[in-house]
Ligand binder design. Structure first.
Ligand SMILES: *Cc1c(COP(=O)(O)O)cnc(C)c1O
Length: 237
């Protein structure tokens, strides 16, 4: 077995154990394999090992990879910061977007989703740690944004995404994720939502404990990445 296949297997085992420990179904959270900074060949290797869902954070880097991997039946998730000038390409090439934080971006994604494609699955990114440098809508504004986005015709609002501040304190990790889970619960009284995108290599157990349905894992599968400076999305703890 190659290194990526072995790492994927280990990660799936980690997810299964976390689901079990949380008293949830064995496959309670789907794995989004985050291939940013790694070449198409690494993603192809993970695909050969059975992985079908992949995430990318940087559009410029992702587009050529998507093209090189167009022969594969991959479900592509865009998980990075999203400005207006990128929405058209994201709407045309991805199946999911996790990082919507403004209504205007959501409107553009809906308008620019090609007519022949199914609605774009979207999550609202919530700034659950209140860090000024982090992306995401404030928790207090998340429900209003969800109500507005749910009316957009070419989007399917699925739930919330969060990237808490790095911490080795499990109870802090859990309390951040619980906040996101509570938002989902509140939104579900009026909206049909099913997704909590939370948990990465360092904190997926805590996220699954609090109800994550999608975990986004890069390092644990593909290895360490070069540090990219000035990227608030990147965590270096
Ligand atoms: C890079 C990235 C991940 C993966 O992080 P790891 O710590 O490498 O598992 C998850 N989510 C987002 C939004 C990312 O940018």
């Amino acid at each position: 077995m190659g290194a990526i296949a072995a790492a994927l297997q280990a990660c799936q085992n980690r997810i299964a154990s976390a689901c079990h420990a949380a008293g949830r179904a064995e496959k309670c959270a789907r794995l989004v394999a985050v291939g940013k900074t790694f070449p198409a060949a690494s993603i192809r290797e993970a695909y050969a090992a059975g992985q079908r869902v992949f995430g990318e954070s940087y559009l410029q880097e992702a587009l050529p990879k998507l093209e090189q991997l167009a022969d594969l039946a991959i479900e592509w998730h865009f998980i990075g910061p999203l400005q207006s000038n990128k929405t058209r390409q994201v709407a045309a090439h991805f199946d999911w977007v996790h990082s919507v934080e403004r209504e205007k971006i959501a409107q553009r994604l809906s308008e620019q989703r090609p007519a022949h494609m199914p609605p774009l699955n979207v999550c609202i990114q919530v700034n659950v740690s209140g860090e000024a440098s982090k992306s995401g809508v404030a928790p207090a504004a998340a429900l209003a944004l969800a109500q507005a986005m749910a009316t957009l015709p070419n989007l399917r609002l699925r739930g919330f995404m969060a990237i808490p501040e790095p911490s080795h304190d499990t109870s802090l990790q859990r309390s951040r994720f619980r906040r996101v889970a509570e938002l989902l619960q509140a939104a579900r009284t009026s909206l049909d939502l099913d997704t909590l995108s939370m948990g990465m290599s360092a904190d997926l157990e805590a996220a699954i404990h609090e109800g994550a349905t999608l975990v986004r894992v890069g390092t644990d599968i593909f290895g360490a990445r070069p540090v990219i400076k000035n990227n608030p999305q990147e965590r270096t703890a």
